[in-house]
Each structure stands twice: as C-alpha cells, then as structure tokens.
Design a protein around this ligand. Structure first.
Ligand SMILES: *Cc1c(COP(=O)(O)O)cnc(C)c1O
Length: 459
C-alpha cells in the first residue's frame, strides 16, 4: 500500500474565518433536495433494513454472511455531487481505486465519466479489465512505482504520472524515451499543511514520505523543461497534492491549494504552463451522523478549491475515494453467540477483523444496527469476531439494541477501505459482495472458498 488510509479522530470543521466565508459563499446549498447520508433504510414499520429497495434479509439468505452490500445509486449520486459542483470548470473526478476496487464499481463509475487514481500496477489492471476505455483517464500515484508498472502505464497511455521523487522522475524519463511513449507527469508536492486527522492517514507534512517538498518543485520543473530538448518524451503536465484522508474541514484543502496555485502562477511566469492541477482526495465522511449532509460538504470543499484556483485555465483533477463509496456500503453479518464473561456481554458475529479491519487498525467507529428490530431494552456490549486476537472487535462498550443468536446486524459506512483491506487471516475466505441498483441486486464477487485459499500453495 502506498498510502495509509482509514479513520477518523474528531477532526470536525474548526470554527474560523475561512469557514464563515465558505458558508456564506455556498449558502445556496440549503435549497437543494437533501440527499440522505446512507442508502440503508427501514422502508416501513416492522420491515427489515433495506439497501434502497432490496431487503438485506433476503440478500443474506441468498448469498450468506458476512456479506458486503453496496448501493450503486448512492455511489453515482456522490460522483455527481462533485461533477455538479465543478460544472463551471474543466475537471475530471479520478476515483481513488484503493478505497474499493471492485470491478463492478469501477465500471459503474467509468460509465458516469469518472477517471481513476491508482497506486499500483494491479489497480491499473483492474481499471483496464473493468473499463479499458478509461485508460486515458488514469492518474498514477505512489512513492514506489516499479519499472514494470511504469512501462505498463506508458504502454496504455495513462493521463498522468503523479511523480513523488526526483529519482522517480529520472526513471520515468528514461523509460519513456526507451519505449518512445509520451510521459505526462505531475509533481506531487508536499505543501506542508497540517490536516487534522488520524496520524496513520495524514500525508501532507514535510516529515511524511509522500511527494517532494514544495520549495524544491520549481527547480525540478525547470530542470525537466530544460531537459526536453534532449528527451522530448517527458512532459511537465501538471501538479498534484494529497494531504491525507478522512479530513472533514475544507480549510486544509484550501490552504494546500493556495500554495499549489501560487506555484502554478510562478511557473507560468517563467514559461512553464501546467495543464492540470490535481487536488487529491481525502474529503471525509461522518461515521457518527446519520444526517451528514454530503452535498453541503462537497460545496464547501469546491468553494475552498475554487477560491484558491482563481482564474487557472487548465483542468482540475480530484481523487476522492472514501467520499464516493464509504457510506454506500454495509457489512451484513450474523450473530453467532451472545455470551457473558463476568460483567461483560459479548456479541460474537460471523464477520471479523479480516473482513473489516478499520476498528482494529484505526480505532474506527462504525454504526451497528439490527437488520430486523427486536422489542426490548438494549444493553452495553462488545461486538467481536471469531478471529484469535483481542483486537478483533467492531465495537467496545457500545449500547446496542437487543440482539440474539441468529440475528443479522449491519455495520454501516463500510463501503470504503472495508473489502479493500480484507485478508484471509485465520484462513477465512473473504466475504461475497453484492451491488444494488434500484430494485435489482447482483453478486459482483462470489464468496471465496477454502479451495481458493489453498490453491496457490504446494507442500
Ligand atoms: C488514498 C488516496 C486518495 C483517496 O483518499 P480518500 O481519503 O479515500 O479520498 C487519493 N489520492 C491519493 C494519492 C491517495 O493515496
């Protein structure tokens, strides 16, 4: 993994003057029809939890548990929020594949005009398998690109390489010349902006491994521009930033883009005209708030970025991951046992940390709801999986509605960095995945079998 991702902290918007300014500027948002934060609803009293029009009980019966269920409608809706907010400017939403790399989701997004941000050769192959026509809409990030990965990306003529070091730029130039293929590059600069998020997923400070120091960037662009006489296969094309993940205030995005914009103007005055600015991903969702207003968030983000970009005439790229898929997905799991140890009550589910590692890895919070409500009083429980690790929990000391063995529960907001980070730890086959579109549900990944897991090994 070339970038760390996941959770949270309490990094909500800080009250400051820029925020006040943004709220004024995007005041029209309130008039838009509000879009619900999550596609999981109980359509009428006494019925089971549904994804859109499809009952999770039915899906669990048909496909078994643990089961990831995603709403295609919500994923598209989220993509459109960005596309609409940026309608006044040439732009391309490059979905960050690592958040959820299901082929069906990539195809869905490509069909609605998205491009892709990839961080490995494997992710490139996923894009090519799902939507070969989108190769020209791919940007390639990551601090450790190999020769094989670079060559493949050159071969399929991706849009842009987000280059993270001078050594990488040298290698890219050499490979482009050798293959006689055009390499458009953007320097990923490190704007030295503090994004108040979990330390594992903050990336925009000088001490992080990502990007090059923004103060070094002018010299690198000039040198690349100068070298073009010797090697015309390499083209300074853009500039990119990505300051971290699960950032819920627009302020750090605005601050990073101000610095980038200033650099773009400075380079322009020196004759290096960049065609694209890539604002990166990282816009956060609210794992606690069922009323989370995604449209307002996007408007706030767009206003901050627009303000910084000013009259920049090139194309704006952006790389949202979690924001598009996070709230569209739930992990549906069956309660195996309810057990008491001393004063504690444990709800043991058939899903575990290998299916959804975010609570164990980032102390992430996921709302847990019963698929079919039971009458009675809730109680404080730990929700845990069967894996042999004390870290294998989904919630600790959580007040939960009453549940019994055999019940289904859903872990919400699990569409991003859920299945993407799943493993076979404890030789547990990975879950199946279902995509719901309107009233239709289809299996987009079958459940792994034990035979799948043993297949690559020999004795
Ligand atoms: C992970 C990553 C993203 C997406 O981050 P989200 O928080 O999911 O929006 C975008 N760009 C780069 C370079 C990344 O590494």
């Amino acid at each position: 993994m070339t970038n760390c991702n996941g959770q949270v902290g309490d990094e909500g918007a800080r009250p400051d003057t820029l925020n006040v300014f943004l709220v004024l500027r995007v005041g029209f948002v309130a008039e838009r029809p509000s879009i619900s934060a999550r596609p999981f609803v109980v359509p009428e009293r006494g019925s089971a939890l549904h994804c859109g029009k499809v009952s999770l009980e039915k899906l669990a019966r048909r496909y078994g548990t643990p089961l990831y269920v995603y709403s295609a409608d919500q994923i598209v809706e989220r993509l459109k929020l960005f596309q609409t907010a940026l309608a006044g400017r040439e732009h391309l939403v490059c979905y960050a594949v690592k958040a959820n790399s299901a082929l069906a989701i990539l195809k869905l997004l490509a069909g609605h005009g998205a491009g892709f941000d990839i961080v490995s050769g494997g992710e490139l192959e996923r894009v090519l398998a799902a939507a070969p026509e989108a190769a020209g809409r791919v940007v390639f990030s990551g601090v450790g690109k190999t020769v094989a990965e670079i060559d493949r990306a050159l071969q399929v003529d991706i849009l842009e390489f987000n280059v993270e070091s001078e050594a990488e730029l040298e290698l890219l130039a050499a490979r482009a010349r050798k293959m006689k293929r055009k390499a458009r590059f953007a320097l990923r600069v490190n704007p030295d902006v503090f994004a108040n998020t979990h330390p594992y997923i903050s990336t925009g400070l000088r001490e992080h491994k990502f990007g090059v120091d923004i103060r070094r960037a002018p010299a690198i662009y000039k040198s690349a521009a100068g070298n073009r006489r010797r090697n015309s296969w390499i083209e300074p094309h853009g500039i990119s930033v990505h300051i971290g993940s699960q950032i819920r205030s627009a302020v750090p995005f605005g601050a990073a883009m101000e610095r980038v914009s200033k650099l773009v103007r400075q380079l322009g005055r020196e004759g290096i005209v960049l065609k694209s600015v890539d604002a990166g991903g990282g816009l956060g969702i609210d794992y606690h708030d069922a009323e989370f207003d995604a449209a307002a968030k996007v408007a706030e983000w767009a206003a901050a970025v627009e303000h910084a970009l000013g009259d920049f005439e090139g194309r704006l790229l952006l790389e949202p991951g979690r924001f598009l898929v996070g709230q569209a997905g739930a992990l549906v799991t069956r309660v195996l046992y309810v057990k008491r140890n001393g004063k504690k009550t444990f709800v043991v589910t058939d899903a575990a940390m290998n299916d959804l590692i975010r609570p164990a890895l980032y102390q992430a919070y996921h709302e847990i709801v019963s698929v079919r409500k039971r009458a009675g009083k809730g109680r404080v429980v730990d929700v845990v999986g069967p894996v042999c690790e004390s870290g294998d929990f989904f919630a600790r000391d959580r007040k939960l509605a009453p549940v019994a063995a055999g019940d289904l529960v859903a872990l919400l907001d699990a569409g991003g960095y859920g299945m993407a980070q799943a493993s076979n730890y404890n030789t547990r086959p990975r879950a199946a995945e279902v995509l719901v579109e309107g009233a239709q549900a289809r299996l987009i990944r079958r459940r792994e079998t034990i035979a799948d897991l043993l297949a690559p090994e020999s004795i």
